[in-house]
Design a protein around this ligand. Structure first.
Ligand SMILES: [Zn+2]
Length: 172
């Protein structure tokens, strides 16, 4: 069995990885994660990901995922690029869909897998998508580009114009 974060694993494959307490660790190029890449301003770069497999209580399969990356988004204040550090550290229990009643340890998420196969890179992609800031911004207004100041000026000007043109109607 080849082992990488891009491999598709069946439940028995994951079981073997867990019994051997395998750790998969690698950088995943953003260009291989198209759903995440399309949310970014720049698609170059990579995500550092580490996935550790283990078993607890003899029959519960645990995946511990850690990933982090510096991602370039568009600042919603100045519309210029802003780099944000995005990271995730989460544990999952893999549940067989024929036996979904497995009791989950506290604070652990669930991956239901039966006849399906599992791709670690897709899990990394999902985690990084949910960890992106909803409204990316430079840390302070001083770090924002010229445009933020121009927009402020334009807003002031248009407020003034609105006052001056108030009440005028188009003549036919
Ligand atoms: Zn900004």
């Amino acid at each position: 069995m080849s082992r990488s974060l891009h491999t598709w694993y069946s439940l028995p494959d994951l079981d073997v990885l867990a019994r051997r307490e395998t750790v998969l660790e690698n950088a995943i190029a953003l260009e291989r994660l198209p759903r995440l890449a399309e949310l970014l301003n720049r698609k170059a770069g990579s995500i550092n990901a580490r996935l550790a497999f283990r078993r607890i209580q003899d029959d519960v399969l645990i995946l511990a995922l850690e990933c982090d990356a510096e991602l370039e988004l568009v600042c919603q204040r100045c519309l210029e690029p802003v780099t944000v550090r995005s990271s995730s550290d989460v544990e999952f229990v893999v549940v067989d869909d024929e036996n979904p009643a497995t009791v989950l340890p506290e604070g652990v998420e669930r991956i239901v897998l039966g006849g399906d196969r599992f791709n670690p890179a897709e899990l990394v992609e999902d985690e990084m998508i949910v960890s992106l800031p909803l409204v990316p911004k430079h840390a302070s207004r001083d770090e924002c580009g010229q445009l933020a100041r121009k927009i402020d000026e334009l807003n002031r000007e248009s407020a003034d114009e609105h006052e001056q043109s108030g009440g005028s109607l188009t003549q036919y």
